[in-house]
Design a protein around this ligand. Sequence first.
Ligand code: UAG
Ligand code: ATP
Ligand code: API
Ligand code: MG
Length: 497
Amino acid sequence: MKGEYENMKKLADLLEKLEYQCLQGTMDKEITNITFDSRKAEKGCLFFCIKGAVSDGHAYAKDVAEKGAAVLIVQDKVEVPEEVTVIQVENSRYAMACISAAWFGHPAEKLKTIGITGTKGKTTTTYLVKSILENAGHKTGLIGTIETIIGEKKIPSANTTPESYLVQKYFAEMVEAGCDSVVMEVSSQGLMLHRTAGFQFDIGIFTNIEPDHIGPNEHKDFADYLHCKALLFKQCKVGIFNADADHLDEILEGHTCQVETFGFSEKADLRAENTKLVTGKGTLGIAYDVKGLMNFPVEIDLPGAFSVYNSLTAIAVCRHFGVTPENIQKALKQAKVKGRIEMVKVSDEFTLMIDYAHNAMSLESLLTTLKEYKPNRLVCLFGCGGNRSKLRRYEMGEVSGKLADLTIITSDNPRDEEPQEIIDDIKIGIGKTNGKYVEIIDRKEAIAYAIHHGQPGDIVVLAGKGHEDYQEIKGKKYPMDERVLIQEILEEDKQNK
Ligand SMILES: CC(=O)N[C@H]1[C@@H](OP(=O)(O)OP(=O)(O)OC[C@H]2O[C@@H](n3ccc(=O)[nH]c3=O)[C@H](O)[C@@H]2O)O[C@H](CO)[C@@H](O)[C@@H]1O[C@H](C)C(=O)N[C@@H](C)C(=O)N[C@H](CCC(=O)O)C(=O)O
Ligand SMILES: Nc1ncnc2c1ncn2[C@@H]1O[C@H](COP(=O)(O)OP(=O)(O)OP(=O)(O)O)[C@@H](O)[C@H]1O
Ligand SMILES: N[C@H](CCC[C@H](N)C(=O)O)C(=O)O
Ligand SMILES: [Mg+2]
């Protein structure tokens, strides 16, 4: 690994593409390591002072100087011994992206880079792209909400888009592992906080946008959210856009990329036509014809209109790699994504799935889609995360009350909030409808209720936790995987018979 970038240690080389002012110390330094976490600082390292949501990295300047740091990258002035070089930049996060890219030897230049932004569909689409490309013989890395995948190695994610240092480190490891491409989710916070600065994407994708992620520590308003998403299209060569999405004009504002579109709309460059629902044993799928830039039929075992969007996006991307229709058809037919409309068999009589819908937009599209399959009853179980937008609770309550035949309100990740208070907020939303509901605060008991009351022909959705294998309560993550809970419930039922 080291061999790739062991010569990239001269301070001046790392700062090559940056505007900066040297406040003190010499520029003639060799750097042994770079880090933004004082706890990892060591002798000879370069430390980035980052202003975070909880603390300010400038506060650790003295501490890292004592540990022997050679260079500090700062926004504000700091007092440290004169032998420490202090470099002032306008934005330490932006500087961290550029310096990390240089430190790891600009690995993005050795990969075909694909970045996906949008409120919904990012995770699903990254996995579809990876499946298609790998089916066609490419080796593709992935970075996103669930995990980072580098060859056989899987690293669980803390963020959808990690800090720039990690992005560049993962890219370098992908190059090392023989990947020729990477597909990654680019969250609006990631763009806002320069996590993907320091390189240009070959392909940028816009899936859709809805008001979300607005609140403390996220975006101050919808305009800021829109502005941040649009940044990707000033940083990619080809931009692929959903022609049917709201606010497309605002997203395109100031773009510098070549533009391509997909969607149901007649004006889209790549279109889906003649969509048909397909149902099989325990599966809900869809078939359609791809028209325009490519022409062939596809079928996928994922339901509904948004699965058409996600798969069409993946096709639009893979077209740029020259993948054949046969390879696309084969890969899409097998594609599955953890916690995204993931079917779990609990009965021969009714269908149950685990999904990650945790805002009104995704819950509405999911439930609307599932209703098209004409279930006996549509049962929706969900809670809402604590310390996250309160609006989600009212809106998800209203959506479920309107669309589901029965809502089971329960807990998600309460974080620092009281679960009952979150449930009470959801009830305000559902109260606006005539929707029938029960409330069961414990998620396992709520799932048991859903299973025990399932009727023939029902579709039961466990929404909100998706791939998560924990429940976060007051800063601690306790093991909780819905797949495991279901097996426990089925096991307990067997024993109680
Ligand atoms: C609000 C936010 O973006 N927080 C992220 C941020 O943490 P922070 O700003 O709180 O950092 P901090 O703890 O204040 O520390 C500031 C600086 O001091 C340093 N420090 C801190 C303590 C210490 O002892 N020494 C030290 O040097 C830190 O390393 C950091 O450089 O930096 C952390 C490390 O990179 C992130 O994991 C963390 O994401 C948290 C988990 C988060 O919830 N972020 C959300 C808002 C987010 O980014 N979400 C998007 C979209 C999600 C989606 O798909 O829907 C995402 O891309 O994940
Ligand atoms: N294109 C889409 N449009 C609307 N809803 C979607 C779309 N694709 C998936 N969904 C719904 O949204 C949920 C989340 O999808 P996915 O994880 O692919 O999106 P994401 O953009 O990565 O979201 P997040 O920002 O939460 O990580 C899914 O479980 C599904 O219910
Ligand atoms: N990664 C996102 C989604 C979490 C989904 C849901 N399980 C919740 O806890 O709200 C977040 O932290 O906002
Ligand atoms: Mg995601």
